[in-house]
Write a protein that binds this ligand. Structure first.
Ligand code: NAP
Length: 456
């Protein structure tokens, strides 16, 4: 009996319900092969980075979940929410029930700066702040001291921009988003007036995209400060802007140049965009009081310019530091891990153990390629992984117990309340109804217990 036929459908477990997981499911279900897909998610609620990473005020981006809803309606798809792979079920146990496992677990941790004072109270990973304001249950109880006047965000990617924008918005602007209520309440009391957005290289190298930096200039009560001197670009940077693929960077420079020429309007808050500066040290008695920034010059050829410390220093008084220098993948039991890169080593999505494939294991999304790209980038990534998996069909070892019912029984024996996609629909409806009562689009449930309570 061949795998992938009506008699014996291919059985694939997808671990993770973010964009890459859903795109993998879609690609499998649309293939020629007959496939049953069971998607496992640690939290009751699906969508990973769309729910917990995309900024709460970027509601349009979140509409992509309608596409995932359609995938979930396929009769060969099942959602197993509230099931943690690694504790509720292990990878070897999944192997007993599935012919292949697609790991779409994202990048749950963050990269550190490696500077003194990084662990002082008041110095946070931007990823924690993002998860907190997006209502991730694991971060519900984080505390961010918003009583000081100055916050410093290190890094100039889109996550750094998101963090700066959320800090800079008025409470009325935030109320229009689906930000978690606890974050809305805390930010309503925020005393922060100045937000530094610090990049180690120049305006031509900033990692944010032009739509995001443009949006920064459209906030209700926030000035932008950019030093005109920083906008005088070196020959190498000018050359870099003309290189293919750099149209977006060129647009960034045009927008930033306009900001550098706009007079301050003495608004309630200011985002001060600093270039050519790297954090050297964070200091304070018991908590963050100051950050020391080193001034950089750029060295190297156009397209490969690096920040080099000039030795010059500037000290900023601040109460909060957010490091936003990239996400990082986390290792899983029974899965090979590339420690330095924070990803599962792979060949076109096939997880590799040295030179040999790890039997039946595949990876997609940030845990495969690292934390880069927008939501849609994951589609092509998952299509590649699924192509590899289906190409391996003949060599896959069929699982010994091809039965999702047995998986449900095992989970029930272990006291795990599996959340179905229908259950998720109930949580979704409850959140929307709670939001409506407050004149908001959604009021997220932010603990697992609360979510399960709604399911009766
Ligand atoms: P990112 O785009 O890779 O940006 C990381 C930033 O950190 C860069 O400015 C980088 O500077 C800087 N950095 C790295 N190491 C540093 C160090 N040791 N010291 C100082 N600065 C350092 O990462 P991200 O912002 O976490 O975003 C992850 C992905 O999600 C990106 O692809 C992003 O576009 C995407 N995203 C998209 C949206 C959206 O579409 N609205 C929103 C959020 C995130 P260098 O350039 O010098 O390395």
């Amino acid at each position: 009996m061949s795998l992938g036929s009506e008699n014996r459908p291919l059985r694939v477990a997808i671990v993770g319900s973010g964009p890459s997981g859903f795109y993998a499911a879609d690609s499998l279900l649309k293939s020629e092969c007959v496939v049953d897909v069971d998607m496992f998610e640690r939290l009751p609620v699906p969508f990973g980075l769309v729910r917990f990473g995309v900024a709460p005020d970027h509601l349009k981006i979140k509409n992509v979940t309608r596409v995932y809803d359609r995938t979930a309606q396929n009769e060969r798809f099942s959602y197993f929410g509230n099931v943690a792979i690694g504790s509720d079920l292990t990878i070897p146990e999944l192997r007993e029930h599935y012919d292949a496992i697609v790991l779409a677990v994202g990048a749950a941790s963050d990269r550190s700066l490696g500077i003194p004072g990084e662990d002082l109270v008041g110095s946070h990973a931007a990823t924690e702040f993002v998860a907190w304001y997006n209502g991730h249950p694991d971060y519900r109880d984080c505390q961010f001291d918003l009583s000081g006047e100055t916050a410093v965000v290190i890094g100039q990617g889109n996550v750094a921009i998101d963090v700066a924008r959320i800090l800079a918005k008025t409470v009325d602007e935030l109320r229009e988003s689906d930000i978690a209520n606890h974050a809305l309440e805390a930010l309503a009391e925020s005393k922060i007036k100045t937000i530094y957005l610090v990049g180690r290289r120049g305006p031509a190298q900033a990692a944010f995209t032009s739509a995001e930096i443009k949006e920064m200039g459209e906030l209700a009560d926030c000035d932008l400060r950019v030093s005109p001197a920083d906008m005088t670009l070196s020959d190498a940077s000018l050359t870099e802007l003309e290189m293919s693929g750099n149209a977006g960077k060129k647009k960034n420079v045009t927008i930033l140049t306009a900001y550098s020429q706009s007079p301050s309007e003495n608004r309630g808050r200011v985002v001060d965009i600093r270039f050519f500066q790297s954090p050297v040290e964070i200091t304070g008695e018991d908590r963050v009081e100051e950050i020391v920034l080193g001034t950089n010059t750029l060295t190297g050829d156009a397209g490969a310019q690096r920040a080099s410390d000039s030795g010059e220093r500037e000290t900023l008084a601040c109460g909060l530091v957010f490091r936003s220098v990239g996400y990082r993948g986390v290792a899983m039991d029974h899965v090979p891990f590339h420690e330095a890169w924070g990803v599962f080593p792979h060949e076109n999505g096939r997880v590799m153990e040295g030179d040999a494939p790890a039997p039946g294991l595949y990876a997609t999304g940030w845990i495969k390629r690292g934390p880069s790209g927008v939501i849609g980038t994951n589609k092509a990534d998952s299509v590649e992984t699924v192509g590899t998996l289906l190409g391996d069909l003949a060599s896959l070892t069929p699982c010994s117990r091809p039965d999702s019912g047995a998986v449900r029984e095992l989970l029930a024996e272990r006291g795990v309340r599996v959340v179905t996609y229908e259950d998720w629909g109930k949580i979704d409806a409850a959140e929307i109804a709670r939001g409506e009562k407050q004149g908001r689009c959604r009021d997220k449930l932010v603990t697992v217990d609360e979510m399960l309570t709604f399911l009766g």
